[in-house]
Ligand binder design. Structure first.
Ligand code: AMP
Length: 142
């Protein structure tokens, strides 16, 4: 069976920022790639609960810090050590752009990056496509 993980593309914006910025965390494991907060679904847990729990655990951001964006969810599929993995991402805005991110031991650094920089950091094509479609989705919102 496929591994299943869920998380959030989190962005922030403010009058002081020229662009929307996306939150990426740098793993302290493997090749230290950059990823939005996400993690594995626990037995019996529903996907959105996982996404919220992992975002709290990995970035210190809870539901109270987030404004969830309707109508956006993306699924990525890739293989990890020969095992298929599916990852679902929802989209949420950080309500107060000044809220501090608090990392767990799973990550060694974090960055708020505008779209193009975030795409370069994210490196995987499907993650880049996900970030671009998040941006499009936000641009279409009233
Ligand atoms: P992660 O799923 O982010 O915990 O990463 C587990 C492994 O999968 C690491 O070796 C990553 O480099 C790799 N990985 C992460 N995201 C992707 C992706 N979108 N496509 C292919 N491999 C990925």
């Amino acid at each position: 069976m496929a591994l299943r993980a869920c998380g959030f593309i989190i962005f922030r914006r403010s009058a002081l920022l020229p662009d929307i910025e996306y939150l990426l965390l740098q793993t302290s494991y493997g090749k230290h790639h950059w990823t939005p907060p996400k993690g594995h679904v626990d037995p019996g847990e529903d996907d959105l609960t996982t996404a919220l729990r992992e975002t709290k655990e990995e970035a210190g951001l809870g539901r109270e810090h987030l404004r969830m964006i309707d109508g956006f969810v993306q699924e990525l599929r890739y293989e990890v050590q020969g095992r298929p993995k599916e990852v679902l991402y929802w989209l949420a805005e950080l309500r107060d752009p000044g809220t501090k991110v608090i990392l767990s031991s799973e990550h060694q650094d974090y960055r708020w990056a505008p779209l193009e920089e975030a795409c370069t950091m994210a490196q995987y094509k499907d993650m880049q496509d996900t970030l671009r479609s998040a941006q499009k989705h936000l641009e279409l919102q009233p």
